[in-house]
Design a protein around this ligand. Structure first.
Ligand code: SF4
Length: 383
């Protein structure tokens, strides 16, 4: 059964940053105006030649999207609306660093006028020493100013990201960050465990001094504290890393977890259309040259079929609080989930990581702590 074509999302990658953080493995480059302008031309060319697609949500990620001025983002929203959502997007998100010079009232006023109604701030920590370790240049108090300015201009749907497992972080300092985040009364909070990515300065540091980094036990403690604190404050823990006030789930990301279709535009961006998952090259010049020439963007493509398609759908659904809806899975994929995944379910239930009923299969609380392993078992199962 095809994925719902009306539930689509548009992701636009804006890859420039005012500075580069030592843990980061995203497709990003330090800001150079000439590169940024040429990249914008390439993006406009790709938008003009992208396949027809009906979208509900728009998400600008990076990089640091707000290294582009607000007028540039407004123009992009307008073009994308004309192309993919003539009646307007239901949700338009911009990721921002909370640096004061990038989060002025004028910026938010221009965003609001352009139809941007959701901001996701890369706060990461409210502890100065952790921000310094992460290479972030904003101060702990900058997020409050950014929230204040956004709200004053009428943007109320505000999310923030936090990282746990930063070298030097303790349970007490994590509590400080969680409490500071809650004090801002965001509509949504994402918490991510620090991952050591190959080729980054953090990978070199880890190779030399692994003892500087959080142990698995400490990471699990920090995650448990986040879950208990945020749920206790009234947030829905609706996905492994994501917490929302009622009615404030991220619709764009919810579409990913529902295995819905999306179009990714820009360097390194991924799309999922008609059962084919494709990813643009992460080489900046290769992307820009191809887009400007009007040719196919280099990259990888993979048609997900059979067990691979089922495993992907299972993995995405298991990330969510609702888990796998057995009836919906059977209707969409023509497969009885309990029959197909019988051996995996038996093993996971014995380990206490899966809760299976005739109607749903979900991760248990314990399962959420080892979600990658549990999901991997479904992805790797060939039937
Ligand atoms: S601001 Fe974000 S995208 Fe840019 S280097 Fe830092 S973590 Fe990476």
């Amino acid at each position: 059964m095809p994925a719902p074509r009306e539930a689509g999302g548009i992701y636009v990658h804006l890859p420039f940053c005012p500075y580069v953080c030592p843990y980061c493995d995203f497709a990003k480059w330090p800001l150079r105006r000439s590169s940024a302008e040429r990249y914008l031309d390439a993006l406009h060319a790709e938008i003009a030649s992208a396949p027809a697609f009906a979208a509900r949500t728009l998400f600008f990620g990076g990089g640091t999207p707000n290294t582009y001025d607000a007028g540039t983002l407004a123009e992009l929203v307008s073009r994308l609306r004309d192309r993919f959502a003539p009646n307007g997007f239901e949700e338009t998100t911009v990721e921002m660093n909370p640096d004061p010079e990038l989060c002025t009232p004028a910026v938010f006023a221009a965003y609001r006028a352009a139809g941007i109604d959701r901001i996701s701030f890369g706060v990461q920590s409210f502890v100065a020493s952790e921000l310094a370790t992460l290479g972030r240049r904003h101060a702990p108090g900058d997020a409050a100013l950014a929230f204040e300015n956004a709200r004053a201009e009428g943007i109320e749907n505000l999310s923030l990201d936090l990282i746990f497992g930063t070298p030097g972080q303790t349970v007490e300092s994590w509590d400080t960050s969680l409490a500071s985040a809650l004090a801002l009364q965001p509509s949504h909070i994402s918490t991510y465990g620090l991952t050591i990515e190959d080729g980054t300065p953090f990978a070199a540091w880890f190779a030399q001094r692994p003892e500087a980094f959080a142990t698995n036990d400490l990471e699990a403690d920090l995650y448990a504290r986040a879950v208990d604190t945020l749920v206790g404050a009234g947030f829905e823990h609706y996905e492994i890393s994501n917490f929302a006030r009622p009615g404030r789930r991220c619709a764009h990301n919810a579409n990913y977890w529902a295995n819905g279709e999306y179009v990714g535009l820009g360097v390194g961006a991924a799309s999922y259309l008609g059962g084919v998952r494709s990813t643009h090259t992460r080489e900046l010049d290769a992307y820009v040259d191809a887009a400007l020439a009007g040719g196919a963007i280099p990259g990888d493509a993979e048609c997900l079929e059979g067990a691979a398609r089922l495993g992907e759908a299972a993995m995405l659904a298991l990330r969510t609080a609702e888990g796998v809806d057995i009836a919906a899975f059977a209707e969409r994929y023509g497969v009885d989930f309990h029959d197909f995944y019988g051996p995996v379910l038996t093993e996971m239930r014995a380990m206490g990581t899966i809760d299976a009923t005739p109607a749903h299969v979900r991760l248990t609380r314990r399962g959420r702590f080892v979600a990658n392993d549990v999901c991997g078992a479904f992805v790797g199962f060939a039937g």
